[in-house]
Design a protein around this ligand. Structure first.
Ligand SMILES: [Zn+2]
Length: 68
């Protein structure tokens, strides 16, 4: 899958796809706050988040993120 321009500056290991519930309201690429990260179970790590690379919306529902 081709990485859109707005996400190309982010290392691939830090990229995920999220459903942006901010301004976008669509699936967007986002940058995770740290790697590696785990999608197992509820997010117990309060520092782990993914920021939409288009509008800046921050998601913490890591069980919904899609790895590339
Ligand atoms: Zn967004």
């Amino acid at each position: 899958m081709q990485i859109p321009k707005y996400a190309q500056h982010v290392p691939r290991s830090s990229l995920v796809r999220i459903v942006c519930r901010g301004a976008c309201q669509v699936v967007r690429y986002a940058e995770v706050s740290k790697t590696p990260w785990s999608s197992a179970g509820p997010n117990m790590d309060m520092e782990l988040s993914a920021r939409c690379l288009v509008c800046g919306y921050t998601a913490d529902d890591n069980y919904n993120w899609m790895r590339l």
